[in-house]
Design a protein around this ligand. Structure first.
Ligand code: HEM
Length: 400
């Protein structure tokens, strides 16, 4: 019998009791729960979020499950974010998924990014820092990390910068759909109404931006329909903005709370890539991905029934002591840190991983360079929080 106390007589764990809050609550440390689950119930039936579901917490099982698209189908994503953003590559399978990925992948390749957006990312970073650099203090979450990736996305898409505030507002409502579904649906519609005429313009007058690429892209004579383009753009907002801001915040938090490792980085700035990979492992911005079981699957003596959601806890996998010794320690010198699954695994591996890494690298390097003696405000009690997504809720800092 399991030692996990929150399991009821039917074998279900109550997720709220287990994690001490809902999927979106600012839980400080879910990792103790994950460690217990990995040891005592590596596959646990859960009620409370995305009912009913089975959560899988060990690294090897997460990798094997995400690799096995026949048994664990991505159509499970249709029951979450797909309800609001519509049908997108996130929930597609097989040939349809391959066709869509081939159309959109070139726009996010390292080569395209280097030639088209690297300079703009530098510009946006400096513009944001210019606003507070003379004040000696800032809260880097609202003043920097939160708005930065969406500004980059707006530039990549080719949206007029004058519309940014309104666009940001809708994107935030879309992202907060779990707390306020009405607002989320309304925002999704407003984004479509806003983008439709711009897409029409790009169809007639192509420019050097993602909207033009998407309306004209062809693979084997095949083009995306307007609905497909709009769905993809709606996916990019949460996929690209909600995640990268969290990574940037967690890297800064890791460095500000590990002064020895920060000193090593400052002595050798090329180590930034290692810092980014270790942060992705240590505080994965996206903690879970979902799939639907296509047949009854037995794993560690527990049956996941066909049709039920399998929740792959990538945040737990990245702290699995079977894979990463002393997993709770942030250590960018760790050898196998890049084995993390923070960008998922298999066919749906994150399309924006190169962009996310590029943004985080430029942002962190520029902040450390321009804000001398950067330190957390000693009065602050901030930390990394969250269950489904994780990042610092605030980063009050002093500098100069
Ligand atoms: C640190 C930042 C990011 C993290 C941690 C992250 C994480 C993930 C994860 C875990 C998945 C897999 C979902 C699944 O298997 O169901 C995914 C997929 C995806 N991500 Fe990211 N992501 C990040 C940044 C971005 C950015 C910047 C973009 C684009 C602008 C992006 C676009 C996408 C897209 C389009 C998919 C769907 C791919 C597919 O279904 O084939 N992501 N991401």
């Amino acid at each position: 019998m399991s030692q996990v106390e929150e399991i009821d007589e039917h074998g279900y764990a109550n997720s709220q009791a287990l994690f001490g809050g809902s999927i979106m609550s600012p839980v400080r440390d879910p990792y103790g729960v994950y460690a217990r689950l990995r040891t005592e119930r590596p596959v646990v039936a859960m009620k409370g979020w995305m009912d009913p579901s089975h959560m899988i917490t060990r690294y090897d099982d997460v990798v094997a499950g995400l690799k096995d698209a026949e048994t664990f189908s991505a159509r499970g994503n249709a029951r979450g974010i797909g309800l609001v953003i519509g049908r997108t590559i996130l929930e597609m399978e097989g040939a349809e998924h391959v066709r869509h990925r081939r159309i959109v992948t070139p726009a996010f390749s390292p080569r395209t990014l280097r030639s088209s957006v690297e300079t703009q990312i530098h510009e946006i970073t400096h513009e944001l820092i210019d606003r507070f650099v003379h004040e000696g203090r800032a809260d880097l979450v609202p003043q920097f990390t939160f708005t930065f990736p969406l500004r980059v996305l707006a530039r990549i898409m080719g949206l007029p910068i004058s519309d940014f505030e309104e666009f940001h507002h809708w994107a935030l409502d879309l992202i907060s759909v779990a707390q306020d579904p009405g607002k989320g649906f309304e925002a999704a519609q407003k984004i479509v109404d806003y983008l439709r005429p711009i897409l029409e313009e790009r169809r007639n007058d192509s420019r050097d931006d993602l909207l033009s690429v998407l309306v004209h892209a062809e693979v084997d004579g095949d083009r995306l329909t307007e609905e497909e383009v709009l769905g993809f753009l709606r996916l990019l907002l949460p996929a690209g903005a909600e995640t990268t801001y969290r990574l940037t915040g967690s890297i800064l938090y890791a460095l500000l709370t590990h002064p020895e490792q920060r000193a090593e980085l400052e002595a050798d700035p090329a180590l930034i890539d290692d810092v980014i990979e270790e942060t992705l492992r240590w505080e994965s911005p996206v903690q879970i991905v979902s799939r639907e079981a296509t047949r009854d699957v037995e794993l560690h003596g527990t049956v996941i029934p066909a049709g039920e959601l399998a929740v792959f806890a990538i945040g737990s996998a990245n702290r699995d002591e079977r894979r990463f010794p002393n997993p709770d320690r942030f250590d960018f010198r760790r050898e196998n840190k890049s084995d993390h699954v923070a960008f998922g695994f298999g066919e749906h591996f994150c399309l924006g991983s190169h962009l996310a890494r590029m943004e985080a690298k430029i942002a962190v390097a520029t902040l450390l360079d321009r804000l001398p003696n950067l330190r957390l405000d000693p009065a602050s009690t901030c930390g990394v929080v969250g269950v489904a997504f994780r990042s610092p809720d605030e980063l009050p800092v002093l500098f100069g």
